[in-house]
Write a protein that binds this ligand. Structure first.
Ligand code: BTN
Length: 263
């Protein structure tokens, strides 16, 4: 189990992780944050769980969350942003995870908008949810990182990997989590100040595996193919169609897949 006593000193004095709750088991750490928000919890609350019995993925999917030495955690953010700017927060956790993982010697990249991938397989998934309140809104960023998992079921193994698999050794989860959160906090503060991703675009694109890659845009109105060029200042993907027109692809509305494999 993630040890609160070990994590707390690593985050002391920071707003992210100003309150830390480490659970053995819950349905979903995202849901746990919502319940605690209803009970009065404030910005910066971090909830981790060793196991989730109803882990949520994007697009209504399930996130398998067995107690296999992974990280399942959610953050409560009450940003001083307009709701229309909340999507600026979506790429930040992927950047933080990717940077922390790379610092630990694992070659990883981002599959837009916010999957972290190594060796063509998924290492980390992020589910960002926004909830309106009477006088504003809050955001829950839920992150699952496959850390010390040593094996995957066959059907998952082709698409999923762990840091253990990539590096060949176990990782100290508290140290890794603290590093991810501190990197996240740096990006978050920058976005709050600038109300734009312009200042982080170069770093995001340096991690972006889709850049200059052939992609298929799975638009509910009809799939189409193009080449991903990078992101705009709002974090949306710019894709050049075969006829040369450049389109903006919004993360909430469509998904993108590689034509030659998952990325
Ligand atoms: C995805 O589909 O890629 C997103 C997966 C997000 C999983 C994490 S695990 C911690 C947090 N709690 C959840 O129920 N989901 C997120």
């Amino acid at each position: 189990m993630i040890e609160r006593e070990k994590l707390e000193p690593l985050l002391r004095g920071h707003s992210i992780g100003s309150q830390i709750v480490c659970l053995e088991e819950t349905d979903s750490t995202n849901l746990e944050i919502c319940r605690r928000r209803a009970g009065g919890a404030g910005h910066g609350l971090l909830v981790t769980a060793e196991k989730q019995n109803a882990g949520k993925g994007r697009r209504g999917r399930t996130w398998v969350s067995n107690p296999e030495g992974n990280l399942y955690f959610s953050l409560l953010l009450c940003p001083s942003l307009e709701v229309s700017d909340a999507s600026l927060l979506t790429p930040l956790m992927a950047m933080a995870v990717c940077a922390a993982v790379r610092e630990n010697g694992v070659e990883a990249g981002i599959k837009w908008p916010n999957d972290v991938v190594a060796d063509g397989r998924k290492l980390c998934g992020i589910l960002t949810e926004l909830f309106l309140e009477n006088d504003g809104f809050y955001v829950v960023i839920g992150t699952g990182i496959n850390v010390n998992q040593t094996a995957f079921l066959q059907e998952l193994g082709a698409r999923a990997t762990s840091l253990y698999e990539q590096a060949g050794h176990f990782f100290d989860r508290e140290r890794l989590l603290a590093r991810v959160l501190l990197l996240f906090e740096g990006y978050y503060e920058k976005v709050l100040k600038e109300h734009s991703l312009a200042g982080l675009r170069e770093e995001y694109e340096a991690h972006l595996l889709n850049q200059n890659a052939a992609v298929e845009v799975l638009d509910p109105k009809g799939a189409w193919k193009g080449v991903a060029l990078g992101i705009d200042d709002g974090g949306e993907l710019l894709v050049r169609r075969e006829d040369g027109r450049v389109e903006t692809v919004y993360a909430g509305e469509v998904s993108v897949r590689g034509i030659y494999g998952y990325v």
